[in-house]
Design a protein around this ligand. Structure first.
Ligand code: F3S
Length: 384
């Protein structure tokens, strides 16, 4: 991969060991994937934040870095609510390590909001056509598909390296030729709410990492598309999808010849019954609209089971009245973290979710059985 004279200087250690390591990582990736050069990026979103997933080795790696990021950069969810960690049942040792990780990122100039929906917090991260380096799979999917920005599936180290250098290798989804759909997915039933998570769950398993274009029979909200993309990224590894008549690049391409059809009974089969001891919302992190919907569903009710609603701290802080309405029911609103990346959910036996992504990940990453239900049915189960 071609490096400019300034990039060569970083490679030769003129900027110090942190920038040298960063550009070595980017150059190695560029060489592996056949990139011609590095291209400037507008922002990064950095995974590798929860102490549960990165452990002491990750903390040591980040703490050893000395430098500053040069583009707006934001973190993925951590392993706990940074304020209410005791309420989550997190122990003091874990909390201390988690705080050290956040401080280490802060010293590098990274914004320390921990969220997988950074696009709901800041306006300066990604617009149509922008190149970015994001690393949480649902955020990647949303950036590529709904916003029309361009990102590969970055790992934590490559996103952090991109943040320090302000560039990423030019390959994969940064290039027009890799963004066209290769499979048409016709969806027969009308969908709403958690059905989009169910659809993503099925579609991801069927198509792996292919780029699909959907022909839907209903009009999803942007939160429902967020849920569709998150589930597809989890059950397959879809990083970009198009929806006819909705997503910004859908009209740009010819329809592909390969086609599958999803029927109502396939969506219904994703829903299973069970008795949950945790009902968890907010995968990906709840938006203001989703919080409002939950507040309405919880109005005048008292939950009898543990109910978590995960969102970003910025969204929680924007809506104190809404949060009070939710908490009056006994449901808990947690920020900075989620039911999957926090060890706090591991003490439960069965998690009921309205998210196809959490449905897929909770058993593997938390050792908890998971069942999918609509938001309405989740609240009914919480109050039984
Ligand atoms: Fe976000 Fe956690 Fe789900 S990071 S997409 S809420 S698994």
């Amino acid at each position: 991969m071609y490096l400019t004279p300034e990039e060569e200087k970083l490679m030769n250690g003129h900027g110090g060991p942190t920038y040298q390591k960063a550009i070595e990582i980017l150059a190695a990736l560029g060489d592996i994937y056949g990139a011609d050069r590095l291209i400037p990026i507008k922002s990064t979103q950095i995974a590798g934040v929860s102490y549960k997933t990165i452990g002491d080795a990750g903390l040591e790696w980040i703490s050893d870095l000395k430098g500053k990021v040069v583009v707006p950069s934001i973190l993925n969810p951590a392993g706990m609510d940074m304020e209410c960690w005791e309420e989550m049942g997190i122990n003091r040792d874990f909390a201390q390590k988690q705080q050290e990780i956040i401080k280490a990122y802060e010293a590098l100039g990274v914004r320390t909001e921990c969220s997988c929906t950074p696009y709901n917090i800041y306006d300066d991260l990604a617009d149509f056509g922008d190149h970015v380096a994001w690393s949480e799979s649902s955020a990647i999917s949303y950036a590529n598909s709904f916003i029309g920005a361009r990102t590969n599936r970055e790992g934590g180290p490559s996103a952090l390296s991109a943040a320090l250098v302000g560039k990423t290798p030019n390959y994969g989804f940064h290039l027009d030729e890799n963004r066209h759909p290769v499979i048409l997915i016709e969806v027969e039933p009308q969908l709403s709410d958690s059905d989009y998570g169910a659809l993503g769950y099925i579609a991801g398993e069927m198509i792996g990492d292919k780029v699909p274009i959907f022909d839907l029979n209903s009009s999803p909200t942007k939160d429902e598309l967020k849920s569709l993309g998150a589930a597809m990224a989890a059950s397959g590894s879809v990083a970009l999808y198009h929806v006819r008549g909705i997503t910004p690049e859908a009209g740009k391409y010819e329809l592909p010849g390969e086609k599958i059809t999803i029927q109502e009974k396939q969506i219904k089969e994703v829903y299973k019954s069970g008795e949950p001891d945790l009902i968890a919302f907010g995968c990906p992190h709840s938006s203001s609209d989703e919080l409002e919907k939950l507040a309405q569903l919880l109005e005048g009710k008292k939950v009898k089971k543990e109910v978590w609603i995960c969102t970003s701290r910025a969204i929680k802080n924007r809506h104190p009245g809404l949060i009070r309405r939710i908490e009056k029911s006994g449901a808990k609103v947690f920020c900075d973290t989620c039911m999957v990346v926090s060890p706090a959910s591991e003490k439960f036996k069965c998690m009921m979710v309205n998210s196809g992504k959490a449905l897929k990940y909770a058993p593997n990453l938390c050792g908890v059985k998971s069942i999918l239900a609509s938001s309405e049915d989740c609240i009914k189960a919480a109050c039984r």
